[in-house]
Design a protein around this ligand. Structure first.
Ligand code: FES
Length: 97
């Protein structure tokens, strides 16, 4: 069980922090381009999961992406597009480096 004290003195990153100057983060842009849309609760979760995942693995396979997003349990719609969005984001970030 998660407790507030688990975050004590830890850095907490939110979706709002991805674009402090109003410019969308490459991952947000990829989600828009691939229409990786879900509800207002799920999209931020998927994007923040993707941020953390691509920091650990910048060249993921499709199976690794599926595994990484597995903790976000909603499957209401568009899961295939979410996978494409993560692949696009990985390519975009790599090209920008
Ligand atoms: S898209 Fe968010 S609950 Fe299904």
């Amino acid at each position: 069980m998660w407790k507030c004290r688990d975050a004590d003195r830890q850095r907490v990153e939110t979706i709002e922090g991805l674009s402090p100057n109003g410019a969308l983060h490459p991952i947000q842009q990829a989600f828009i381009k691939e229409e990786g849309m879900q509800c207002g609760y799920c999209v931020p979760g998927m994007i923040m999961t993707t941020v953390a995942f691509l920091r650990r693995n910048s060249t993921p396979t499709r199976d690794q992406i599926v595994e990484a997003l597995n903790g976000n349990i909603c499957r209401c719609c568009g899961y295939g597009n979410l996978l494409k969005a993560v692949e696009r984001a990985a390519r975009s970030i790599k090209e920008a480096q």
